[in-house]
Design a binder for this molecule. Sequence first.
Ligand SMILES: Nc1ncnc2c1ncn2[C@@H]1O[C@H](COP(=O)(O)OP(=O)(O)OP(=O)(O)O)[C@@H](O)[C@H]1O
Ligand SMILES: [Mg+2]
Length: 369
Amino acid sequence: MDLVGELGLVSSEIINHPELEGLELKGFDSSAHRLEGLIREIQDESSGLRLVPVGSVFKRMQRLVRDVSKQINKEIALVLIGEDTEVDKVIVDRLYDPLVHLVRNSADHGLENPEERRKAGKSEKGTITLAAYQQGGEVQILIKDDGKGMNREAILGRAVERGLIGADEDPDDETVWNFIFDAGFSTNEQVSKLSGRGVGMDVVKTSIQDLRGRIEIKSQQGLGSTLTLRIPLTLAFLDAMVVRQGNRLYAIPVDVVSEAFKVQEKQVTTTAVDGSEVIRVRDALVPVLRLEDFYQEDHDHQAIVGTVVVLVHTSHGEVALPIDEIVSQQQVTMKPLQGQLKQIRAGVGCAMLASGDIAIALDCERFFS
Ligand SMILES: Nc1ncnc2c1ncn2[C@@H]1O[C@H](COP(=O)(O)OP(=O)(O)OP(=O)(O)O)[C@@H](O)[C@H]1O
Ligand SMILES: [Mg+2]
């Protein structure tokens, strides 16, 4: 995999070699183009070789469910769907811990005990479903229970206690569910064998984000909850828009880029109360996030009018990133962030560019955490 990555880098190094500049190269360009096509194909094929079915990690949940079911005296059926769906082997291995946690939560917090279920007109046996689907370059993994759903009051109450929100606020469900990702958050009064330490969901979220993935919660009172993980098929390559801001390069996953444009005078709206900038895009007001502020670099603020911004969409809505230039759009070879770089905010990897330069691959979701 590494070699295939290197191959791509070296070939573009040759094709873009400065010594070729100004030369009349009949036929070179078309050969170069064919070479690039082939290398891209090899990259896709070799990522394919590393794909394994998620079934292996799903099956390991069967045993867990059996054990948990005995421990907490709940009858539980585990249904597996889409076990043949394939993901990168590295990813499958790293899905085990998050899945254990989510399945335990479904069993412990989601499913009612047999008596409660009977009273609610449900079958005594609760069902946990694990499903996997491929959708484009990503895989969706669903962990679903037919239990009582998230307890809105309990979660809100805890959130107020923890100062995450004011006592008089009434946020929408999505916001409420997301409080469970706060470190140390638990609605349990006491620590049981299975739950209550509240160390869970925040760790699950970070491990999924480290896989360049997302996690989403849907829940309905009395009907149960569904947690959806969206994870890329492979971590080795990333389709990215590479941009330059100041003296840094950033690789933004093309999936999250809505558009890029030069800001017009008429789009600039008076800055919000707290001094933060917003621009008008069609009917919406989009907050501006300056990467140099985010990374606390010394600089002079450039006026927003006439600047190119990249609009990215996140679960917190759209955000406009002012940049100096769009460098390219390419499939970049990804390397993990190591050592000091691990701590880089919103960084999800190190992108090796065809030019030989290195860019920080951004996880735009993490601009907010
Ligand atoms: N499937 C689910 N159904 C209903 N509520 C859930 C479900 N999953 C999580 N929750 C809620 O989210 C809270 C946080 O979950 P988390 O796993 O982080 O902590 P915990 O289970 O209480 O403790 P532990 O860290 O020991 O697992 C739970 O206390 C519970 O209120
Ligand atoms: Mg838990």
